[in-house]
Structures are given as structure tokens and as C-alpha cells.
Design a protein around this ligand. Structure first.
Ligand SMILES: [Zn+2]
Length: 287
């Protein structure tokens, strides 16, 4: 059974650890993440971007697959299925499809319009027992073709959005999606502290977790971050393991071309990466 992400994030906030959001792209990805989290006894949020949802043929397919997989793998840790960077329409579609959590990314709207749409979606999500994340200050880099400029969120705007009853807040603090450039300045911890103080202790979300140094992640958790999103990093290790398998000619030996064999090293690489992150975030044994 899926749960919403509210309780697991409140526990993380109070226990000073982070819950991972691992984004999923297909069946193998989902299986790898669920097995790693079960093994580590960690709660988990499965993130699905609108692009990944489309790729997997729609939100209904994703919800049905995840629910069935949680059952058939006997997963006992709390699992939330969460729309990542949802549009207004995407959020509504995921409520219909049976997700347990949504993120409304209204950061590109003027703040008044972001407030109005967020308010409506908060009511819709809560009426359906779902949790909802909102974003203030766009997060840099490219995600599904949406380019953010890496702003530092305004604490007053954060307070305004938080007051609408959202369950957790994504606020830009210099973090970006994808691989960080060599000249990246790092996270702005003063901004994070100001945002944390302005938002009534709401669990905060750190997007673009790939490539942020471990000690910065630990500091962010100590300053109120309870959810950390990991996407690119799993893609990189999956690609690397798959490339190695093919470069070693293993797909040409025996039945090495069988997709169950061909994709196995990538799956193992995702599992190892998830376990590494769970250790770093301090959420092992919390599920
Ligand atoms: Zn993001």
C-alpha cells in the first residue's frame, strides 16, 4: 500500500535525518529502488517527472505498477508515489491516477498566481489523503526541458506559500538539477536558515541532490532539509554499468543479450547508489 509523504517527513524533520526521493524511469528502476530501501529499512518517495510519466505510458500505468510491485515484493517500508515538478494539469491527473503525493511547481508563475493555484491543489490533494509539495524560487539546471535559473528563494514568498497548508516546501538555495558546473558556488546556508526560520518548521526539500558534497548535504539536513531528491546520479551509474557490460562484449557471450541479463548490472548499480544515499541521509532503519 502507498502512503503519503507527510508522516515520514515530519518524523525525519524531528529525527534530524533525510528521506530520499529517488526518481524512477521504468520497471527495473522501480524494482531496484524498492529492493534497496527495503533492505536498508528506509522510507522512500518514488519521484515521477511528467516526462518519465509519459515515457511509462501514463500516470495510471505508473500507479498500477508501483502498487502491484510493493505488494509482490513484500515491501514493508513506507512508500510514497510522488509527482515531481507537476504542472497544474499534471497534478490533477495524478490525483485521478492514484498517486499518494504531488508536487506543484508554480515557481514560474508570478507569486499571486502561484499562491492561487497552490491553494486550490492543496485542497484537492488533502481531500484525497495526499501530501503536496510546492516550490518557490526556481531551481536551476534543466529538468524535462524546463530551464530554471537557480534563484535563491525569498523567505517572505516561502512563508506565504507555506501558510496555504502545503506539507513540504522546495526552496531554491543555489541548488540546480543535473551535474553541477565546476564553478558552482555551493549551497547558500544563510538563505536556507532564513527560509527555515520564516516557514514555521515545515519540512524542506532539496532538489538536485546529485553532486552536492556529502558535508553540504549533512549541513542542509541540520538546517531543516528533510527530503533530498536524487535523479541524475542513478542515471549516471546505470549508464556506466550498462556501458561496461557491452564494452566487455558480455552481450555477445551466450545469452548475454537477454534484457534480463543486459540490464542487470545497471539495476545493481542503482541499488548500490540508493544504499549509499540512505547511509548518507541517516534514514537507514527508519522505515
Ligand atoms: Zn527538482
Amino acid at each position: 500500500m502507498l502512503v503519503n509523504a507527510t508522516e515520514m517527513l515530519l518524523k525525519a524533520r524531528d529525527g534530524h535525518y533525510g528521506v530520499p526521493q529517488f526518481n524512477i524511469n521504468n520497471l527495473e528502476w522501480t524494482k531496484a529502488v524498492l529492493l534497496a530501501c527495503e533492505e536498508m529499512k528506509s522510507p522512500v518517495i518514488l519521484g515521477v517527472s511528467e516526462g518519465a510519466g509519459k515515457y511509462m505510458t501514463g500516470y495510471k500505468t505508473v500507479a498500477a505498477m508501483v502498487k502491484a510491485m510493493v505488494e509482490s515484493l513484500n515491501i514493508t517500508v513506507p512508500v510514497a508515489l510522488h509527482l515531481d515538478h507537476g504542472s497544474y494539469e499534471g497534478c490533477k491527473a495524478c490525483v485521478e491516477a492514484g498517486f499518494s503525493s504531488i508536487m506543484f511547481d508554480g515557481s514560474h508563475y508570478p507569486i499571486e498566481e502561484n499562491v492561487e493555484k497552490t491553494k486550490e491543489l492543496v485542497a484537492l490533494a488533502h481531500a484525497n489523503g495526499m501530501s503536496i509539495e510546492a516550490e518557490v524560487g526556481s531551481i536551476g539546471g534543466v529538468e524535462d526541458g524546463v530551464v530554471g535559473s537557480g534563484e535563491i528563494a525569498d523567505p517572505e514568498e516561502c512563508a506565504k506559500i507555506t501558510a496555504l497548508g502545503i506539507d513540504f516546501l522546495a526552496a531554491g538555495i543555489g541548488n540546480i538539477h543535473g551535474v553541477y558546473p565546476a564553478n558552482w558556488k555551493g549551497l547558500d546556508f544563510e538563505a536556507l536558515d532564513r527560509i527555515h526560520k520564516a516557514t514555521n518548521n515545515i519540512p524542506l526539500v532539496l532538489h538536485g541532490g546529485t553532486g552536492i558534497p556529502d558535508e553540504m548535504i549533512a549541513k542542509a539536513i541540520s538546517l531543516g532539509v528533510s527530503k533530498i531528491n536524487i535523479n541524475t546520479e542513478c542515471q549516471l551509474v546505470f549508464a556506466e554499468a550498462t556501458r561496461k557490460y557491452i564494452e566487455e562484449g558480455k552481450d555477445q557471450q551466450g545469452k548475454g543479450f537477454d534484457p534480463r541479463k543486459l540490464l542487470a548490472p545497471g539495476v545493481e548499480a542503482i541499488k548500490a547508489k540508493c544504499k549509499e544515499k540512505i547511509e548518507l541521509f541517516g534514514c537507514a532503519g527508519k522505515g
